[in-house]
Design a protein around this ligand. Structure first.
Ligand code: IMP
Ligand code: MG
Length: 187
């Protein structure tokens, strides 16, 4: 965990990759897709803390079928930009999902290690169905074969911040998605 954020550059100087309006439009479209796909059913949205919190809250409001929320937390990158490859569950779901239609909601599908770990874990609970929704997908970075069912944006291999996504826990509340400068990344 960072003790000081004073050396991090302001987000205002970082180029916008995806604007607030573009995000809103795509998230609304995904919500409509999910509403259609799950017509007549109720679903459980399981957000991956903390990055997916903002995406989940927007997506949930564009979904018009009954939806409950749950959250899991896994070990994160911390300050480093590169995953150690090790994924550890820090917080499990609160309620049983057996027989339920579950959508795992993630901020970014990157190497895929986090999602394939969580997918395996959730499948042990025997949900009626399990899908993955991600705000961003960086397909070039994949180390394990996993795809999301609902993707808001596919992006190239570049580190981004904003809309829930952080660098060293900072920038999550930036409203658009911006490119984090390589030179500021301590790694
Ligand atoms: P994966 O296990 O490599 O797929 O890791 C996905 C997680 O890494 C995401 O949930 C993010 O928390 C984090 N991550 C990956 N790329 C970025 C990025 O560009 N910005 C912020 N966080 C990222
Ligand atoms: Mg995350």
């Amino acid at each position: 965990m960072p003790t000081s954020t004073s050396k991090l550059p302001p987000a205002s100087g970082m180029p916008v990759l995806i604007s607030q309006q573009q995000i809103a439009d795509r998230v609304a479209a995904l919500g409509q897709d999910i509403t259609t796909d799950y017509a007549g059913k109720s679903i459980v949205l399981i957000g991956v803390l903390k990055g997916a919190a903002i995406f989940l809250s927007d997506l949930a409001r564009s979904i018009k079928v009954d939806a409950t929320f749950d959250f899991v937390a896994v070990s994160s990158y911390g300050r480093a930009r590169v995953s150690s490859g090790a994924v550890k569950l820090i917080k499990d779901i609160d309620d049983p999902i057996e027989g339920k239609h579950v959508i795992l909601v993630e901020d970014i599908l990157d190497t895929g290690l986090t999602m394939s770990y969580l997918r395996g874990l959730m499948l042990q609970h025997k949900p009626a169905s399990l899908k993955i929704a991600t705000c961003l997908d960086k397909p070039d970075r994949r180390l394990v074969p996993i795809e999301a069912d609902y993707v808001a944006f596919k992006i190239p291999n570049h580190f981004v911040i904003g809309y829930g996504m952080d660098y060293a826990e900072v920038y999550r509340n930036i409203e658009d998605i911006r490119l984090f400068p390589e030179e500021a990344a301590g790694n």
